[in-house]
Design a protein around this ligand. Structure first.
Ligand code: NAD
Ligand code: TDX
Length: 345
């Protein structure tokens, strides 16, 4: 297959590209805007390997750019859309880019596929998130549950999904939606909680735990997430949505404790800071629909976290680079006043 992978220089997209090139004969074109979160170095392992590099092309560009997107999709058998603004806290500070990429960008991709439909069918995989369900106080979210997004990020993701479903129903577009759980692993931007806590602990900086830290997430290792998206690309039923559940339901306190234990750092680094507004207390999904389609996650939280911590320890240049440039301003906005008001956790 010839794949167009949008957002393929980000955390999960680059993992998908690395694993897909190694496991198949597919050719991949990555289109990525290289926002603060995108990093060409995430693809270096492929670009520096001649056997893989011959099947990979990188294009810097925006999925909202209809002309560019049309040229790229015209040459593709399928589009896998990872491109998004992905950090909830940034969507609370300023949501505009989330809507531009998450709604208009998805529309540009779908409209382009529709306009090419008389030539051939092009599959579209929309990489979405458990956050579209909103907070789940108990039980597990099933694919038919109502969407109740509660952050601007989650609302933009829900809108993107709804467009994919609408194009499937109205125009017959071949679309599949994945709803992935909280993902962690190598190459994740240090704005997200696990790499933030790991890299701050490595530098003996405070770990800012929102509120009481009793919120829960179901953690999914990035290789598993990337493989699930590949499975849906190959086997997902058109018009369907699939949860991609993780392997570890943990509170944020437990996550912080596990990180500190492996790094042999004291709990006193953890500071309870004023909470994220609208903070979803819990996400948890039922992954049985995807299991029935033949895929389940394989990496336990213990082994995934160990590999992730080891990777960050060994790749300080990578995360120091991510914590440069606009990072200082972002960190000050997000955490300056919170840390000033922080208390013992
Ligand atoms: P990321 O922020 O690491 O990567 C996003 C990538 O998209 C970056 O490389 C960025 O440069 C690129 N991008 C942003 N706007 C673009 C645009 N307009 N045109 C082209 N490229 C653009 O995010 P991630 O964590 O890898 O998430 C990838 C996808 O998976 C997102 O759609 C996200 O909503 C979804 N998701 C993430 C998680 C998670 O826990 N990280 C969980 C479930 C779903
Ligand atoms: O400094 C922090 N302190 C803290 O306590 C940060 C950044 C987070 N947290 C908490 C908030 C959440 O309960 O940790 C938990 C995880 O936070 P994030 O890493 O920001 O992830 P989350 O908001 O759960 O969203 C993630 O999973 C779903 C991804 O960022 C999304 O892209 C994905 O869709």
């Amino acid at each position: 297959m010839r794949l167009l992978v949008t957002g393929g220089a980000g955390f999960i997209g680059s993992c998908f590209v690395r694993r897909r090139l190694a496991a198949t004969d597919d050719t991949i074109v990555v289109v990525d805007k290289l926002t603060y979160a995108g990093n060409r170095a995430n693809l270096a392992a492929c670009e520096n390997d001649p056997a893989l590099a011959s099947r990979l092309e990188f294009v810097r560009g925006d999925i909202c750019d209809g002309g560019l997107v049309r040229d790229l999709i015209a040459e593709s058998d399928a589009v896998v859309n990872f491109a998004a603004e992905s950090h909830v806290d940034r969507s609370i500070i300023d949501a505009e880019a989330f809507l531009r990429t998450g709604v208009i960008g998805v529309h540009v991709l779908l409209e382009t596929i529709r306009s090419l439909a008389d030539r051939r069918s092009i599959r579209f995989v929309q990489v979405s998130t458990d956050e579209v369900y909103g907070e789940v106080t108990d039980g597990l979210s099933g694919e038919d549950d109502p969407l109740r997004p509660r952050s601007p990020y989650a609302s933009a993701k829900a809108a993107g999904e709804l467009l994919v479903s609408a194009y499937h129903v109205t125009h017959g577009t071949d679309g599949v939606i994945s709803r992935g759980s909280n993902t962690y692993g190598p190459y994740q931007h240090p704005e997200k909680v696990i790499p933030l806590f790991v890299t701050n602990a490595l530098e003996d900086l405070p770990l800012p735990l929102y509120g009481d830290g009793r919120q829960q997430r179901d953690w999914l290792y990035v290789d598993d997430h990337a493989d699930a998206v590949g499975h849906l690309l190959d086997h997902g039923r058109s018009g369907e949505t699939y949860n991609v559940a993780g392997t570890g339901h943990l509170t944020n306190r437990d996550v912080a404790a596990a990180i500190l234990e492996r790094l042999d750092k004291p709990w006193s680094l953890v500071r309870s800071v004023p909470d994220r507004p609208g903070h979803d207390a819990r996400y948890a999904m039922d992954g049985s629909k995807l299991a029935a389609l033949g895929w389940q996650p394989t990496v336990s939280f213990e082994s995934g976290l160990a590999d992730t911590i080891d990777w960050f320890r060994a790749n300080a240049d990578w995360w120091r680079d991510a914590k440069s440039g606009e990072w200082a301003d972002y960190y000050e906005d997000q955490y300056g006043w919170r840390l000033a008001e922080s208390v013992e956790a």
